[in-house]
Design a protein around this ligand. Structure first.
Ligand code: NAP
Length: 164
């Protein structure tokens, strides 16, 4: 079953600022939680350190070059994306890359599916997503969420599937 990327980006492709998300969008977080629940999630060391704890109900895998890296209890550490793919692809469900930027870029050529949230705002930040080429992919709009009292920005969730 496919390797999948899941991320939220602004119109100007920002995904992070000062080690955090540059927005607070509770329903977008619910989508992330619902989509990844029960599945292995792969994250870079900085993304892991940003929340510094296990995301419950999922196999948490941190990628780092550091051989002496000590994560919280229950978090797995690995040193190469290829090793993770060999070890955790159970053929049954998706294996999720959840960030950050470098890991998304490394994983995109191998991904079969991308869950992309576009936050409809231009945002200042320090971490940006590369421009992915989705030619040869199809996409489906999963959700159009308006701005409201709990969400400062509207957002759109799409699922891209690689067809070739
Ligand atoms: N909007 C979103 O959807 C989203 C999602 C995730 C994160 N973020 C944001 O993005 C920012 C963090 O992302 P980032 O790009 O700075 O860092 P990151 O990708 O989370 O972490 C980078 C580190 O991960 C390790 N790493 C990455 N790829 C690896 C590989 N292929 N093999 C071995 N180790 C690998 C390396 O750790 P070592 O240096 O230890 O070797 C590298 O320095 C934060 O602001 C966070 O909030 C946003």
């Amino acid at each position: 079953m496919p390797l999948a990327l899941i991320y939220a980006r602004s119109e100007n492709r920002c995904i992070g600022r000062d080690g955090e998300l540059p927005w607070r969008l509770p329903d977008e977080f619910k989508h992330f939680k619902r989509t990844t629940m029960g599945r292995p999630i792969i994250m870079g060391r900085r993304t892991y350190e940003d929340h510094n704890n296990l995301l419950p109900g999922r196999t948490n895998i941190v990628l780092t070059s550091r051989r002496d890296f000590e994560p919280a209890e229950g978090v797995l550490v690995r040193h190469s994306l290829d090793d993770v793919l060999c070890e955790f692809d159970d053929g049954a469900g998706e294996l999720f890359v959840i960030g950050g930027a470098g890991l998304f870029a490394a994983a995109f050529p191998m991904a079969q599916r991308v869950y992309e949230t576009v936050v409809h705002a231009e945002v200042d930040g320090d971490t940006f997503l590369p421009d992915f080429d989705f030619s040869g992919w199809t996409h489906t709009v999963l959700e159009e969420h308006p701005a409201d009292e709990r969400h400062a920005h509207a957002f759109t969730v799409r699922r891209y599937d690689r067809v070739r």
